[in-house]
Design a protein around this ligand. Structure first.
Ligand SMILES: [Ca+2]
Length: 271
C-alpha cells in the first residue's frame, strides 16, 4: 500500500516539467563529454519529447518509476509488453518515443516492474476470483488511508473521509486479512454497499490524464504495473474489462468488472 501511495505522488511530480528539466541538467547527464552514449540518447529523446509535446502519455507513464524522474542508476529494470527487459523505465519510454508512429511503438507499454519473467497463464477459475480480491483490497486501501488521515490529515479530502467513515464505523465490515475466496464472495453479498465507493474512487484516481471517464493504458499503469508480478491474472483481467476492445476501459466497463450493479453507477461518486 505504501508503494501505491508513492506511485501516485510520483504521478503528480511528472506534471512538473521543471522537475524533469532540472533532473536533465544534473548527474548522470552532466558533464556530457564524460557520459556514455546510452545516457546521452536518453536525454536527447526526453528533450525531443518535451520540446515536441509528443509522447505525453509516455512521459506521464514515466512517473510510474520515481527513479526515472530522478535519473538515478539502480536496480530498476522493467519488463515491456514486448517481453524485453529494459534497464530502466526511462529506456523503455525513450525507445517508444524513438519509434513514434510505428506499430511497435503503439504496442509497446510498460508491463511490470522488474526483469521479464515467466508469468503463469491465468485460468478461467482464477480470473473469476481476481475481482473479489481486488475489491477487498481497494476497500482496505481506503480504510488504511482513512486511519492514516485520522492521525495526520492530508491523505483524504473531506468528501472522501465522509464516505470512508461510514465503512470504517460499520460493525459488520470484514477486517483486512488473508480471507478465503468464499468469505470474500459472502461479504460482497452481505456488505455490497461498502464496495460501491472504493470501486468508484479507484477509477477517479486514475482517470486524470485526461479526465474523460475512459482509462487509457498509461492511466491504468500506476495500478497495473506493480500488480502484474504479484497477481498473474492482472493483465487478463484488465484486457477483459475492456469489453468493447477499444483499448480503453470506460467508466461503465470498470464498474461492471467489479460486479457493481448498473443502478449503482454514480458519476457523483467520482472523487
Ligand atoms: Ca481518461
Amino acid at each position: 500500500m505504501e508503494k501505491m501511495g508513492d506511485t501516485w505522488r510520483g504521478v503528480e511530480k511528472i506534471t512538473r516539467t521543471a522537475l524533469v528539466l532540472e533532473a536533465l541538467c544534473a548527474a548522470p547527464f552532466e558533464p556530457l563529454e564524460l557520459v556514455d552514449l546510452k545516457i546521452l540518447s536518453y536525454k536527447s529523446s526526453l528533450l525531443m519529447a518535451l520540446a515536441s509535446a509528443k509522447c505525453v502519455g509516455g512521459l506521464h507513464a514515466l512517473s510510474v518509476q520515481r527513479s526515472c524522474t530522478q535519473f538515478t542508476p539502480g536496480d530498476s529494470k522493467v519488463c515491456g509488453t514486448d517481453n524485453v527487459t529494459y534497464d530502466t523505465s526511462c529506456e523503455l519510454f525513450a525507445t517508444k518515443c524513438n519509434l513514434e508512429g510505428t506499430k511497435r511503438s503503439h504496442r509497446l507499454h510498460l508491463d511490470y516492474t522488474g526483469p521479464c519473467k515467466f508469468i503463469a497463464p491465468c485460468m478461467d477459475a482464477e480470473l473469476v476470483q481476481f475481482p473479489l480480491r481486488m475489491r477487498d483490497w481497494l476497500k482496505n486501501v481506503l480504510l488504511h488511508l482513512y486511519e492514516h488521515d485520522s492521525m495526520s490529515p492530508g491523505f483524504l479530502i473531506l468528501k472522501q473521509r465522509i464516505r470512508v467513515r461510514k465503512i470504517h464505523e460499520s460493525e459488520r465490515r470484514l477486517h483486512a486479512g488473508d480471507h478465503p475466496i468464499e468469505l470474500l464472495a459472502q461479504d460482497f453479498e452481505k456488505n455490497y454497499n461498502m464496495y460501491i465507493y472504493p470501486v468508484h474512487w479507484q477509477f477517479a484516481q486514475m482517470d486524470q490524464h485526461p479526465s474523460d471517464r475512459f482509462l487509457s493504458h498509461s492511466e491504468l499503469a500506476p495500478l497495473r504495473v506493480p500488480l502484474v508480478p504479484m497477481e498473474h491474472c492482472t493483465s487478463r483481467f484488465f484486457q477483459e474489462c475492456d469489453a468493447d476492445k477499444d483499448k480503453q476501459v470506460s467508466f461503465r466497463e470498470w464498474i461492471h468488472c467489479f460486479g457493481i450493479k448498473d443502478e449503482d453507477i454514480d458519476v457523483n461518486l467520482l472523487f
